[in-house]
Ligand binder design. Sequence first.
Ligand code: GLU
Length: 307
Amino acid sequence: MGGMGEMIFFRQVSMTPNYDILPRLVAPLASGEVTRFAPSPSGYLHLGHAFSAMFASHLAAASGGVMRLRIDDIDTTRCREMYFDAIFEDLAFLEIPYAKPVRYQSEHLTASHEALEYLKNQDLIYPCYLSRRELAELLSAPHQPSNTDQLIAADIRHEREAEGNQPAWRLRMATLRDRVGAIEAMDLIHGRVSISLDHIGDEVIARRDIGTSYHLSTVLDDDAMGVTLVSRGYDLFDAIPIQRILQELLGLKPPRYAHHELIPNEHGQRLAKRENALSLRQMRQNGLDRGRILRMMTKCRNFIEKI
Ligand code: GLU
């Protein structure tokens, strides 16, 4: 574990032997970090997830803390029962420890609704009744207003309200830019990230179908779980700005981040859930044992052991 100011060097995650870049943990771990592994049960976990879970678990252990497990199951259109089971089986098979209880994101929707109420009262969000298609059409026109609520004629909006249609809720960035100063995030791998609000659009923070969003539920749950270090794959690096904005608006203590490199498939491409080839479930069914799967992440293990 690193002390204050100490640099920790480790190997880049890769399955390709000669791909041997050495990034560094530019900021030290605090003692007793709470990390989390937060898979969505919308597909089988693959080697990349296994790495993420091990990474979070090792960072926690190295700092004398714990990793928690959260099941990101708010998108009911995509979650399947078999994927829930597989998450537990895969983690048990790989002997990746986590602190109980497991948190199910779908059991905490009230917190999202309360947060939305609060943001509504602050006039920081607005309802959007436009469909994706309507929005695309309207936004392709010249002279666009800054808020999408100005794109919809008042009578159509009232009609949709009256019909009981659920709106999506969007951040009112124009107001927010005046109220929120500079925002920063600290990523232990990538360093300080400063976030400019100028290039961020009116992001949807509550979808019309589920009444929340990945970003909103994530910041609320991370906070409720006492997460101090959000470690996850680099594919979610771009989630930092919106999540930091929501933390500021909702008065949540910001965690620090560690976005790790992604494990590529044998063609050097990013692993996807829809590709079954490298799913842990498939590998287990093909008779690969734990040691073999861990060896497929040899480099990951090398660097984890160095932390
Ligand atoms: N549930 C997300 C996923 O499986 C991860 C969320 C997060 O780590 O912030 O991609």
